[in-house]
Design a protein around this ligand. Structure first.
Ligand code: FAD
Length: 390
């Protein structure tokens, strides 16, 4: 019997790759191996409804009971792949077993960056990536009054919104001089700043944390100009890094992300999809690493096509969303490199959009409580010949 195709990482991309292979009629064995003690689950609610306690663990699962049996997919839970031998086409598992593969698909995701300062390992310092992280955080915030969030990106701001709804005193410390600076216009950054201030969060911009204070448990943060801010709990939300060590050790080219081609292929018989990849996004003329559900799903589908059907070039219109209080932000395209922007609608009305351009090329549209503007933007971006940024 020939070896199965092995998918490493049972998250959004892993489960989508397995499902698509079967849907395309792939008749070989499929093994999905995940190192978390859960079925594959969606992460976006982790910093939103699941953190609030408005969603159960079961509601996070990406597939219902019976999916693996019905699709003849062998799912190994709580098992890590610790080594890849591309020459022998073999992987080693954390229990020491070794298995040959027909095709290998790496969907290992990403991890939260840690704060590279003294005190980062104190009790009471959290990051947020997994169900286990949220369960820890939910337990830890009970009885806590003052929370410091380091990083004013999407996850930091979403958690700030949830904790404010729970009545915690929240201070967001952002190193740049405006929120989401790399990806947003000053207008949009100002809107989100006002939103968080209106709900009672303190937001400090241009603040660099140089130390976390405390003996065994965190008691505050120290800023580069010497000021100390008291906090009973610190959430570090300063972005993610690709889980590419396994691939790197196997000799695959990596650069904060496994380098793949436009079909998701990294090496002969080895593919990768989702947060762990860096891939050529033709329409923007550069290599990107994206952390989004859209990318995990669509790149995994492209990989399954490359293996089991006619290969398709993966050149998506990236899209993403973020929920903060009563605001739904929907983003189409990539704004990085914009040199001008235009706004439609009035931010004070709570529903508006901002379009980003480089020269005449539309790069991206941010839509706030404006789902039609978002859908229109996706269509416009799909029709444009290519929105090349500098
Ligand atoms: P993951 O879903 O992370 O799955 C990778 C899996 O592989 C993990 O379970 C990991 O433990 C496992 N693994 C790693 N190494 C190994 C190994 N060696 N052996 C076995 N298993 C391994 N995106 C949006 O579009 N909108 C949002 O609003 C949004 N909100 C988010 C909120 C939070 C808190 C987080 C953390 C992410 C959010 N995202 C959002 C991003 C989105 O969830 C990710 O882009 C998506 O989950 C990526 O899917 P993936 O399959 O690449 O990785």
């Amino acid at each position: 019997m020939s070896a199965p195709s092995i998918i490493v990482g049972a998250g959004q991309a892993g489960v989508r790759a397995a499902e698509t292979l079967r849907r395309l009629g792939y008749g070989g064995g499929i093994m999905l191996i995940g190192d978390e003690p859960h079925p594959p689950y969606q992460r976006p609610p982790l910093s939103k409804k699941f953190l609030l306690g408005e969603m159960s663990e079961q509601q996070l699962w990406l597939q219902g009971d019976g999916f693996f049996i019905q699709n003849d997919i062998e799912f190994m839970v709580d098992m890590r792949v610790s080594m890849i031998d591309p020459h022998l086409r073999r992987v080693r598992l954390s229990d020491g077993a070794e298995m040959d593969y027909h095709k290998l698909i790496l969907t290992t995701g990403s991890h939260a960056r840690l704060l590279p300062v003294p005190g980062a390992d104190l009790r009471g310092v959290h990051t947020l990536r997994t169900i286990a992280d949220v369960l820890d955080l939910r337990e830890a915030v009970v009885g806590v009054e003052r929370v410091a969030i380091v990083g004013g990106g999407y996850i930091g701001l979403e958690v700030a919104a949830v904790l404010r709804e729970q009545g915690k005193a929240v201070i967001v410390l952002e190193g740049e001089d405006r929120l989401l600076k790399r990806v947003m216009s000053p207008l949009m950054a100002e809107f989100f700043l006002k939103l968080h201030l209106k709900h009672g969060a303190e937001v400090r911009l241009g603040e660099k944390v140089v130390r976390l204070l405390g003996q065994s448990t965190v008691s505050g943060v120290e800023l580069d100009h010497g000021e100390q801010i008291a906090a009973d709990l610190v959430l570090v939300a300063i972005g993610g890094r690709a889980n590419d060590t396994l691939a790197l050790e196997a000799g695959l080219p990596c650069q904060d992300g496994i380098i793949v081609d436009e079909h998701g292929q990294a090496a002969p018989d080895i593919y990768a999809a989702g947060d762990c990849t860096r891939f050529p996004l033709r329409r923007y003329g550069r290599f990107v690493r994206l952390e989004s559900v859209q990318n995990a799903n669509d790149q995994a589908r492209a990989v399954a096509h490359a293996i089991a059907a006619t290969p398709e070039v993966y050149d998506p219109i990236p899209w993403f969303w973020s929920d903060q209080y009563d605001v739904k932000l929907q983003i189409a395209g990539l704004a990085q490199g914009f040199d001008r922007y235009t706004a439609e609608g009035d931010p004070d009305s709570g529903s508006f959009s901002v379009s980003y351009f480089h020269g005449d090329h539309l790069l991206a549209v941010d839509a706030v409580n404006a789902p039609r503007a978002h859908m229109l933007a996706r269509r416009q971006l799909a029709q444009s010949a290519g929105a090349r940024a500098p």
